[in-house]
Design a protein around this ligand. Structure first.
Ligand code: SAH
Length: 367
């Protein structure tokens, strides 16, 4: 009889691992011990789990694995940004980006190979959707980045994690939630709740679910102050409009102390960057504790959109600030290695063939 595929321990958060070990007739605490080996010691070989008995190590080796995807490439930008391409299977690869700044280092993690949402200004959306990443493939991005950067509990090269890579994290909720748990678990990567941010185009039911399940930070990709315009940029808006979205954001911050929702707003020339848009945004966001992150549009092959002019970005920012909003402009980082926002394309075969009209972006080679 064919043996079942081995279970990857990286697919489980602590609660899941506890259930696994109990099923094996082991004690619950084996879960935190295993996590310490995998995430703190960066040890994937069961033979090295020295506080496990020989029998347990052998049992693990028989039915389980602790595995991360192979790295296809590591590209370093002249500004220090690093992008890794990880091979998740024979036809799919995903990207993870590390952005070092003076007092922090942010890791931008992907949740899907491609994306179903088809936001009109995003390279990932333009490439179509192939599949959800597993929990192991999501948390392995942190694992690989930590290993490559020499990140440890004592020397924290990564200080923040943002789910702003390829894909819509809340569309892959089942696999993303355990990964968020491992990021924040003391036996995992031990990030403070507020330093782990989930970014969403506005999947309202899952924002509400996340509010119950994980005390993380939330970022909303708004990009427009009115429904008519947002429908064009983020088609998901036709399902969950701005009012519904902001209502769920209000609930999200209600019981959290000092929490602010990050509002991402990509500035596209002549599209959503006029003074009237900034005023409307200012009025709209009065009802919510937010900080606005303006992102100059990053072009990619095949797009008709253009980046807002610097003086229009500045004008937009000033109007927002006059409305009393905390507003920053995101610096474009890593554009020389195609690692800027919205440029992550990974490397995969588009099953939806949506990319037929878009020139494929060559990024590494999948063996
Ligand atoms: N699906 C999630 C995460 C995606 S990417 C979400 O929508 O939030 C993170 C941010 O980059 C989003 O705000 C996204 O709208 C923005 N973005 C996408 N393409 C972009 C581009 N070409 N230039 C600038 N920002 C872009």
């Amino acid at each position: 009889m064919l043996k079942d595929a081995p279970i990857n321990l990286l697919d489980y958060d602590r609660q899941g691992l506890e259930a696994l070990f109990l099923e094996m007739g082991e004690q619950r605490f084996r879960a935190s011990q295993a996590m310490k080996w995998i995430y703190s010691e960066q040890q994937l070989d069961f033979a090295a789990f020295s506080n496990f008995s020989k029998t347990l190590r052998a049992q693990l080796a028989d039915d389980y694995i602790a595995q991360v995807p192979d790295m296809i490439s590591e590209k370093v930008s002249k500004d220090g940004t690093v992008k890794w391409l990880l091979k998740v299977d024979d036809v799919n690869a995903v990207e993870t980006v590390y952005i070092p700044e003076k007092n922090r280092g942010t890791l931008c993690v992907s949740s899907q190979v491609g994306c179903t949402l088809n936001c009109t200004f995003c390279a990932t959306g333009a490439q179509g959707f192939n599949r959800h990443l597993t929990t192991a493939e999501i948390i392995a991005q942190v694992w690989v980045a930590a290993k490559q950067l020499g990140h440890t509990a004592q020397d924290r090269k990564i200080t923040n994690i943002v789910m702003m890579g390829m894909g819509e994290p809340l569309a892959n909720y089942k696999n993303v939630l355990p990964a968020l748990n491992i990021m924040r678990d003391d036996f995992g990567f031990g990030f403070a709740n507020k330093r782990v941010t989930v970014s969403t185009a506005g999947l309202v039911p899952y924002i509400n679910q996340l509010n119950q399940d994980a005390d993380v930070s939330l970022a909303i990709s708004l990009h427009a102050p009115y429904d008519e315009l947002r429908n064009q940029l983020v088609p998901l808006n036709k399902k969950y409009n701005i009012a519904t979205l902001l209502d769920s954001c209000k609930n999200f911050v209600q019981n959290k102390r000092k929490a602010r929702i990050t509002i991402e707003y990509t500035l596209i020339d002549g599209m959503n960057d006029l003074p009237e848009h900034a005023h409307a945004l200012g009025k709209l966001l009065k009802q919510l504790p937010t900080k606005i992150n303006l992102i100059p549009f990053n072009p990619f092959p095949g797009t008709a959109f253009k980046q807002s002019k610097p003086q229009n970005i500045e004008r937009f920012k000033e109007i927002c600030m006059k409305h009393g909003l905390i507003t920053t402009v995101r610096k474009t980082r890593g554009d020389d290695i195609d690692a800027a926002c919205g440029q992550l394309a990974g490397d995969f075969m588009d099953r939806t063939r949506r990319s037929a009209t878009i020139k494929k972006i060559p990024l590494g080679v999948v063996a």
